[in-house]
Design a protein around this ligand. Structure first.
Ligand code: HEC
Length: 113
C-alpha cells in the first residue's frame, strides 16, 4: 500500500513535468500565456479542473469542434496521445504559479463558447 502510494506520487510528478514540457515545447504558451493565465486571444487554463481540461482536449482531438477557434485547437491537439493529454491536464490543473486566482469550471468557458 505504501509502495503504491509512493509510486502514484512519483508518477503524478512525472506527469506534471511532462505536461509542463509539452505546454512550452508545443507553443501552447504563445496563446494561453507563460503562466496559462490566458490572453485576449485565448482563455485562461491554469487551475481549471483536470477533468474539464481532459474533456476539452479529447473533444478537440476527436474533432468535436463548434467554431473556428476550436478547429484550430484541434490541429494542435491532434498529435497528442491520451497520456500527453493527461500530462498537460495535470500540469495545468495543478499549476504552481499560485498567484493566479482559481476559477470555477466554465465561468470563463472558452472564448466564444
Ligand atoms: C493560436 C493560439 C492558440 C494556441 C497556440 C493554443 N491554443 Fe488552446 N485555445 C485557443 C483558443 C482561442 C481557445 C478557445 C476555443 C473555444 O472557442 O472554445 C482555446 C482553448 C483551449 C482549451 C479549452 C479551454 C476551456 O476551458 O474551454 C484548452 C484546454 C487549450 N486550449 C489547451 C491548449 C494547449 C494544450 C495548447 C498547446 C498544444 C494550446 N491550447 C495552444 C488558442 C490557442
Amino acid at each position: 500500500m505504501l509502495l503504491f502510494l509512493l509510486s502514484s506520487f512519483i508518477s503524478a510528478d512525472a506527469l506534471y513535468n511532462r505536461g509542463e514540457y509539452l505546454y512550452f515545447a508545443k507553443a501552447c504558451s504563445s496563446c494561453h500565456g507563460p503562466s496559462a493565465e490566458g490572453s485576449s486571444s485565448a482563455p485562461k487554463l491554469a487551475n481549471k479542473s483536470q477533468k474539464h481540461l481532459e474533456k476539452k482536449l479529447h473533444d478537440f482531438k476527436n474533432g468535436k469542434v463548434f467554431n473556428s477557434n476550436q478547429e484550430m485547437m484541434s490541429q494542435f491537439v491532434r498529435v497528442f496521445s491520451d497520456k500527453d493529454i493527461k500530462a498537460i491536464s495535470v500540469f495545468l490543473s495543478q499549476h504552481k504559479k499560485k498567484n493566479l486566482p482559481d476559477v470555477a469550471d466554465d465561468i470563463l468557458g472558452g472564448v466564444g463558447s
